[in-house]
Design a binder for this molecule. Structure first.
Ligand code: HEC
Length: 197
């Protein structure tokens, strides 16, 4: 009996020790679980904070991108307007320069005409068809050769055709039509030119 008692005490103590051990193990497990739980919580919190930060950053980037795009399109518009206004100004400058050049040119032409008088050669161009480019053709087989005649004579004859008072071969009226629009200065100029042919 005594032996049995000792054995049972031993067994009980073994059990107790085992229990104690397992109790400690359970506690440790619980602690570990708690730890894991809280670390998971922390992790989750951390994760959500990261996500929030990410979202905020994304939003900020989007906002910035929009603002940049807006500013860029505004700048583009402004640049386009500036270019247009420069173009308009440039074309108006060109226009006024053209006008100025044209008025200078016409003034120069007038000045030359005033200085030199009407261009006899230019006037004779419409006479050449009948009288010849060298003035040595008998117009329509009727007129005398006009090239080389004294300028004063030619001037008088042409003026007489203009007045309708000259008619040598029945073609006076035809010649009147040819010289009707010539001024006295034109007649003088063309007479001088024909005389020199
Ligand atoms: C369509 C042809 C024709 C043209 C163009 C013409 N003439 Fe004549 N011209 C004649 C004829 C024809 C006569 C003769 C007129 C007459 O019967 O008096 C003549 C006569 C003359 C005479 C007189 C010659 C002389 O000594 O009797 C002169 C000068 C003359 N023309 C100058 C001119 C001049 C200058 C022009 C240009 C502005 C001109 N003609 C254009 C046909 C022409």
């Amino acid at each position: 009996m005594k032996k049995l008692t000792v054995l049972s005490i031993m067994a009980a103590s073994f059990l107790l020790v085992g229990c104690g051990d397992s109790a400690t193990g359970a506690e440790a497990k619980a602690a570990t679980e708690h730890k894991t739980e809280s670390s998971a919580k922390v992790k989750a919190e951390h994760k959500s904070a990261t996500t929030e930060a990410k979202e905020a950053a994304t939003k900020a980037v989007e906002k910035t991108t929009k603002a940049v795009a807006q500013k860029a399109s505004e700048a583009k518009e402004a640049a386009t307007k500036a270019v247009e206004s420069v173009k308009e100004k440039a074309s108006s400058v060109v226009d006024s320069a053209k006008e100025a050049a044209a008025s200078v040119a016409s003034a120069a032409t007038k000045a030359v005409a005033k200085a030199t008088g009407p261009d006899g050669k230019a006037i004779f161009a419409k006479c050449a068809g009948c009288h010849g480019a060298d003035g040595k053709t008998s117009a329509m087989g009727k007129s005398a050769i006009i090239a080389g005649q004294p300028a004063a004579d030619l001037e008088k004859k042409i003026a007489a055709y203009k007045a309708g008072t000259r008619n040598k071969t029945g073609m006076g009226m035809l010649m009147k039509g040819q010289v009707a629009s010539l001024s006295d200065a034109d007649i003088k100029a063309v007479a001088t030119y024909i005389s020199g042919l």
